[in-house]
Ligand binder design. Structure first.
Ligand SMILES: [Zn+2]
Length: 271
């Protein structure tokens, strides 16, 4: 029998499924697209790969090419994202980012930027505060990569510059609808001026500036609902992890966000 072709690849574990007695089938994101791989014996307590190749771990792998799926033959862990494990909220947000990438990525579709974005996103979820804000930043970058960046500066119906007032947002038309067009017959849901400012800020600022941003809880909730609607419209499907995230926060007694309401900055800085 010819030897299987071996190759090295850096990957992030998006999903895993137990298989047989001790194996696991992994869905991996690589810069070359999604890959399905079998990790033999990974669930045995003696396997030293178990911690190295857990959910959302980033690792260098040596894969053997197979007809139906690849087989993991060597693992060198690069980042286990320890902050995600043992913290349900962080873990839930990481699940959400992984689900989004799972939906947007295709097998054998090269995308180094998507891979780099998920690697960064998991790092934010493992280490940063204000996770909801990093989730919004992630969503906007992902939408831009996928060609669905929402239009925030000119009305998607009439093309006029968007005025700094409460306007409308149309998921199906991909952006802000001006107050004049949006109040007409085909009424689009409203978007507050504060939410528009935060969206613009998130699309033009860097990580350091995002870290400093404080947003009113009501605006934060508005943005989450708006982006989840837009993503579900774009993907033409529901995102189960958003339901899970909402329930998790309720059970943790969080005010619809990541911190108890008194800890969320009541004023906006920079926007
Ligand atoms: Zn208009």
């Amino acid at each position: 029998m010819p030897q299987p072709r071996l190759y090295r690849v850096e990957a992030i574990v998006l999903r895993q499924q137990d298989y047989g007695e001790a194996d696991r089938i992994l869905t991996l994101l690589t810069a070359g697209g999604k890959v399905t791989a079998l990790a033999r014996g990974i669930r045995r307590s003696t396997s030293h790969n178990v911690g190295q190749l857990g959910l959302y771990a980033r690792a260098n792998l040596l894969l053997a090419h197979g007809r139906n799926m690849e087989t993991v033959t060597q693992v060198e862990n690069l980042d286990q994202h320890e902050g995600l494990h043992g913290d349900l909220l962080r873990f839930s947000y990481a699940s959400y980012l992984a689900e989004l990438c799972d939906r947007f990525a295709q097998p054998e579709e090269e995308s180094q930027p998507l891979y780099d974005l998920l690697a960064a996103g998991l790092r934010w979820m493992a280490t940063r505060d204000h996770l909801w804000l990093w989730a919004r930043y992630f969503e906007l970058q992902l939408l831009a990569l996928a060609g669905y960046r929402p239009e925030l500066f000119v009305c998607v119906r009439c093309g006029r510059d968007i005025e700094p007032v409460d306007n409308h947002f149309s998921a199906s038309e991909g952006g802000v609808v001006c107050a004049r067009c949006g109040s007409g017959e085909a009424r689009a849901p409203g978007i507050s001026l504060g939410a528009q400012k935060v969206l613009r800020y998130l699309t033009i600022q860097n990580e350091e500036a995002i870290e400093r941003l404080r947003v009113r809880p009501a605006t934060a909730r508005e943005l989450e609902g708006l982006l989840w609607r837009y993503l579900e419209y774009t993907l033409e499907r529901e995102l189960p992890t958003t339901v899970f995230l909402r329930r998790m926060r309720r059970e943790l007694g969080l005010a619809g966000l990541d911190q108890p309401s008194e800890n969320v900055g009541a004023s906006q800085s920079g926007v």
